[in-house]
Design a protein around this ligand. Sequence first.
Ligand code: SF4
Length: 493
Amino acid sequence: MVTGRDDSHHHIGGPTEKCGVVGVALGGRDAARPLYYSLYALQHRGQESAGIVTHDGFQQHSHVQMGLVGDAFGADDLDGLKGEAGIGHVRYPTAGDVSKSCAQPFAVSFKSGSLGLAHNGNLVNADELRDELENFGHAFTSTGDTEVIAHDLARNLLEEDLVRAVKRTMERIHGSYALTIMHDETVLGVRDPEGNRPLCIGKLDDGYVLASESAAIDTLDGELVRDVKPGELVVLDPDGSGFDSYQLVERDNTAHCFFEHIYFARPDSVMNDTLVYEVRRGLGRKLWDENGVDTDVVMPVPDSGRAFASGYAEAAQEDDATVEFAEGLMKNRYVGRTFIMPTQDERERAVRLKLNPIKSTVEGKSVTLIDDSIVRGTTSNQLVQLLYDAGATEVHMRIGAPPIVAPCYMGINMATREELIASDKSVEEVRDTIDADSLGYLSIDAVAEVLEKSRADLCLGCVTGEYPYDIDGEATDRDVSRPVVGAEAPLSD
Ligand code: SF4
């Protein structure tokens, strides 16, 4: 069970990101410490487990532990991770058990070498592939879909060279994946053909790095080269001197997760050539254009609403609204993820422990409260109440994303349809439930406009209920079908 876990690092009661991946190839020094620092930079993407796999030219070394990056590795562990190339992973469980057997990177030795795999995303045809591979005699040690990819790749590597083996696996797996892979001492990066999860390439003085987000490259004093393209395989030279690129699968349209820009990614990361912080400010400006309300103060829900609120207030002031930007909710930074909420009743106290309103900013004022999204609605309701209790005369809620109406199958721990407040309620009904004076969301078109993407190039599954992948029992938003695997599968050329 993952309920009761707190994710105060980011957003109270919000969805949780699945994973962060990294890969490093250096010339002349061990990769373990740069991998460790990168994982620190990606900690917001997963707090359940952390792991590093390296290769010293002769053998693989692996250290994978439950817990935060800082707790998972000691200096001795890092010293034992020999080799100038390696991959790393931080995980929040989505597919598979919450147990060490699903922690990553997944490492395996097979006839023609060793493999390590770190996966961000979620396959939607993992069960079919697992059945097929089990019929071929593969034995699985975990319930996660990453092991399925590893076994499929290991099997293909017995017959093909590295690039063709990856291509064959990509033709068989369906769903969302950004992978860093280690085949002996060679580090690879792969992004699914829809580019659903992010992955980028960075250059260091003495090597190259692959990472879910560019903030990890910054941490290593590196420079962002570019995003890995959807359907692209990047192979880092083991001596850190460069990389090769292979466009293995091409599609007419991509399906970037728009939620990365809204919420998951660090604001200081650059994705799709744009700084996430600036995108969030742009979304906030649009929110004013579409749904502005002139109140005494506008304030963010810390920290998730901050960039949106700053853009919103700026656009409001340009329109001569008298609204003042203020931080009216203060966060207790020391309420950590180990905080235990024994009962549902205590959840209200959890909000009070984490956030305290500044009375003098709120009392006697009409307030616009800005957040990035509403998932279950319970937190929004408590925040509205908190502001009324502090003396607000009106509380208007503005949200920097469209209503979330459907679950995510691509690896985001969102909520079920039953839990999502907007899945069966109109905006007015949600407003009534959270008890705000008014409620306004951002439109899907505004999101596409600010992200400078057409709707056809975004995954909008959680806000439309139509998905870019072929998922059992769900509608698709494009002409897409699962690859045929098993006995009927055509042989790859
Ligand atoms: S369904 Fe939503 S959260 Fe999931 S990948 Fe698509 S846009 Fe992202």
